[in-house]
Design a protein around this ligand. Structure first.
Ligand SMILES: C[S@@+](CC[C@H](N)C(=O)[O-])C[C@H]1O[C@@H](n2cnc3c(N)ncnc32)[C@H](O)[C@@H]1O
Length: 209
């Protein structure tokens, strides 16, 4: 889908994301991941700020998203949690930050959206300090063949409607990207993955451009 159209798809969903009451499992997973964030944090595709309640109080957040409506919702949520973030309204796949800019890079439920998720994982490793943290909570293809069959069939429709691919093999993408994974957990028929990682040892931004 063209990027402008994808932005509109997410703009239209901002109110729904803003009022969404998440399940206790999602809350638990977000808390477990976000409690590990520290220092200068980049949150990719912040959406309506669903992670803001779970950050430790002393982090400095840069929040990026290409949807103005999502960012407007995220700003409201940030104010509720006394978070002073830097806001970046841009296509993250086109963004450039200096290498080693962040202590922590967070993505929750965003790798379903990118045109080139593998390239994005390389960018993340470049922007993160070598001893920094990369915290991911992502959804993708189930390991259950009946569920993954349904995901494959529904994928074109769901991508058009909500902008998310359902069939990404997240663990394989992470493996291919070379990320150094310290801990990983999979849930709900292996559709949801939590990953605590760092950039690959000796990762070179130049080689991966
Ligand atoms: C499924 S939502 C997840 C939002 C939030 N991270 C969460 O956990 O609730 C995906 C978000 O990614 C944003 N997004 C998708 N592709 C993007 C891109 N290329 N650049 C910037 N933001 C993007 C959308 O606008 C949307 O806010």
């Amino acid at each position: 889908m063209e990027k402008e159209r994808l932005v509109r798809v997410f703009d239209r969903q901002a109110a729904k994301y803003e009022s969404n009451k998440e399940s206790s499992n999602l809350t638990k997973w977000r808390r477990a991941l976000l409690s590990q964030a520290e220092g200068e944090v980049l949150e990719l595709a912040v959406g309506a700020g669903a992670n803001f309640p779970y950050y430790p109080p002393d982090v400095n957040i840069t929040a990026a998203d290409f949807s103005k409506e999502m960012l407007a919702a995220a700003r409201k949520k940030a104010a509720n949690y006394h978070i002073q973030a830097k806001w970046v309204c841009a296509d993250i796949e086109k963004l450039e930050f200096e290498p080693d800019s962040f202590d922590t890079i967070v993505s929750t439920l965003s790798f379903c959206c990118y045109e080139n998720p593998l390239e994005m994982l390389k960018k993340v490793q470049c922007w993160c300090k070598p001893d920094g943290k990369i915290l991911l909570f992502e959804h993708g293809k189930s390991s259950n063949i009946f569920v993954s069959g349904a995901q494959r069939v529904l994928n074109p429709l769901l991508y058009k409607m909500i902008g998310c691919h359902q069939t990404r093999d997240i663990l394989n993408l992470v493996h291919e990207s070379g990320l150094a994974v310290q801990r990983a957990e999979s849930h709900w028929l292996n559709m949801f993955h939590m990953i605590w990682a760092s950039p690959e040892k000796g990762f070179s931004c130049q080689k991966n451009r």
